[in-house]
Design a protein around this ligand. Structure first.
Ligand code: PSU
Ligand code: MN
Length: 283
């Protein structure tokens, strides 16, 4: 089984593409021979695995809260709907016994973290939750170097899939090295088993880069990111709103190219997560 997050559907991707992409992500997991379980809160209930009508509700309702771990108790107590971030999804997946999880890019240390203290709850969650998360590295709106340092401090195992470099989300290469690389889903499944054997409390983060031919043009990326960060600063955007704001600005400024890259990387991660889940089940 492969867990999937719902924040990317409700808040990360624009409508109406989001719903189509949500279905394609599930299909990519199935094509690899695994079972997808998109995680969300519906009417105050945690759901691990959504039917099509439920996926549609998460993707089209205006009343879906972005739920990190801290938000879950409130949304559940109030009977609300919530889309779960990487942190909340990892927590709920592990609790349900799901060992593999695919997303786009994890949250991390924001570029102004030295003054804002803005570091995603995704990192601390990965330090204490036994799950394999497949991602395209750290979202390029973040400080990837600082995020790698925090992952090291937090004891999170970081593995590049068929690469020595940390994937840069929209870009194939963040310019940073990863501590380990793996060549096959079976090798990653073996790392997960060994993680359990040595009682490491946290997760295994697999970083899966876009092929260079599918990445966003790096020069365009750097220019529009600069503009988006400046706009966020001008408009005083912060907290949980900053990530959706920046992703949306990039999409508008790249005329959809960033969206195409985002969809491509999520689908590749879902497929790889499916292969890892199959390898883990076979061992
Ligand atoms: N990756 C994407 N799109 C997203 C996210 C990640 O491609 O929308 C979401 C994830 O749910 C991640 C969250 O957990 O952004 C991080 O938000 P924050 O920086 O507020 O922790
Ligand atoms: Mn934050």
């Amino acid at each position: 089984m492969v867990a999937l997050e719902s924040t990317i559907i409700a808040h990360g991707l624009p409508r109406p593409d989001n719903l189509r992409v949500a279905r394609e992500i599930e299909a990519a997991v199935r094509d690899a021979g695994a079972v997808p379980a998109t995680i969300a809160v519906l009417g105050g209930e945690v759901r691990v695995g959504l039917g099509d009508a439920e996926l549609e509700r998460i993707g089209s309702s205006d009343d879906v809260a972005k739920c990190s771990l801290r938000d879950l108790p409130v949304v559940c107590a109030r009977g609300g709907d919530g889309a779960t971030t990487v942190a909340a999804t990892a927590h709920l997946a592990a609790r349900a016994g799901v060992g593999v999880f695919a997303t786009g890019g994890i949250g991390g240390v924001h570029r102004d973290a030295a003054s804002s203290f803005d570091e995603s709850a995704d990192l601390v969650e990965l330090s204490r939750t036994p799950i394999c998360v497949v991602c395209a590295g750290v979202k390029s709106i973040l400080d990837a170097g600082a995020t790698l340092e925090r992952l090291e401090t937090l004891g999170v195992t970081v593995v590049g899939y068929r690469t020595d470099r940390l994937a840069g989300f929209y870009l194939s290469d963040s310019g940073l090295d990863v501590p380990w690389r793996a060549e096959s889903p079976a090798e990653i499944a073996a790392i997960m088993r060994a993680r359990a054997d040595v009682d490491a409390p946290g997760g295994v983060l697999v970083t899966n880069p876009l092929p260079p031919g599918e990445q966003l043009d790096p020069a365009l990326h750097d220019r529009v990111l600069e503009e988006a960060l400046a706009a966020a600063e001008r408009q005083g955007i912060h907290g949980k709103a900053i990530t959706p704001f920046l992703l949306d600005r990039l999409r508008a400024a790249t005329e959809g190219d960033s969206l195409r890259a985002n969809v491509a990387l999520v689908l590749r991660n879902a497929a790889l997560a499916g292969e890892i889940a199959v390898a883990a089940a076979a061992a």
